[in-house]
Design a protein around this ligand. Sequence first.
Ligand code: PHE
Length: 337
Amino acid sequence: LQTEALAKVEEASSLQELQDIRVAYLGKKGPITEVLRGMGKLSKEERPVIGDLANKVREAIATELDAKKANLEAVELEKKLEEEQIDVTLPGRPVQVGGPHLLTSIVEEIEDLFISMGFEVREGPEVETDYYNFEALNLPKGHPARDMQDSFYITEELLLRTHTSPVQARTMGEYKGSQPVKMICPGKVYRRDTDDATHSHQFTQVEGLYVDKDVRMSDLKGVLNRFAKQFFGEEREIRLRPSFFPFTEPSVEMDISCKVCHGKGCSVCKGTGWIEILGGGMVHPRVLEMAGYDPNVYSGFAFGMGPERIAMLKYGVDDIRHFYTNDVRFLKQYHKA
Ligand code: PHE
């Protein structure tokens, strides 16, 4: 029996085969168990002899099985290592590196410029109250100018802000009428509009506000002139046209002289040679008053610009939807090396 079993172990070529042999010879139904079970029928003299023999046979087979098992496992591991070898000399797959979105870069550039002129950067909520979005900006309920900005209302008193101007009122309110305010506020704004190449239901604005004693229109013009030259080139001129916003008086729209340069070269824009770029004006006395500033002591200017529009002019982007459809081919063009 022992010879037969050991021969089989020797021949076995897989762990499964080995397990089968173990069950066949050493298992509960195997011959050795049977011998040991039949011990009761043997005589007193026979019992130790047979028992001893059976145990020796079992041990011999078990030892051999274990040795073969270790052997086979080693072979299998070797095979596995062989198969799963990694060729470290293969060139790696390049990792796709992202970069800031064009709008993010533009907003950061605007921030840097205004920080250098002493403005602080603030933020405000995108879900805004009717009070801050309209009322505090001299747009009482029923004011026809509310229609200039078709709104997404959430409740009667809450809406998605239609501009960043509510942050003017919030900031002045925080400063409690007792100290100058010099801030810009970038952020998302929302309007009920049908999306096309030049309209979007959601876009970005950067608000600016400077309130102090003796702030004048010429200060506004100076700051905006610096901005225009920095962003579009020192050769640019600006002009202020009279306009209307309920929260500024007088109100202006700013044009820049347009020679638009981008990758493909420069083109002088059609028509008047000027292109509208932002709105602004002197903060309306009622807006100052509502925020706790005495309009007889303080005056201020405010402006609001659209980074999408600025990016479109600066880089010749022809469709505002490029900013949010996020085609990587579009985005990549503006990643700095
Ligand atoms: N909030 C105005 C708009 O969205 C822009 C603006 C800001 C005008 C500040 C004047 C002063 O059109």
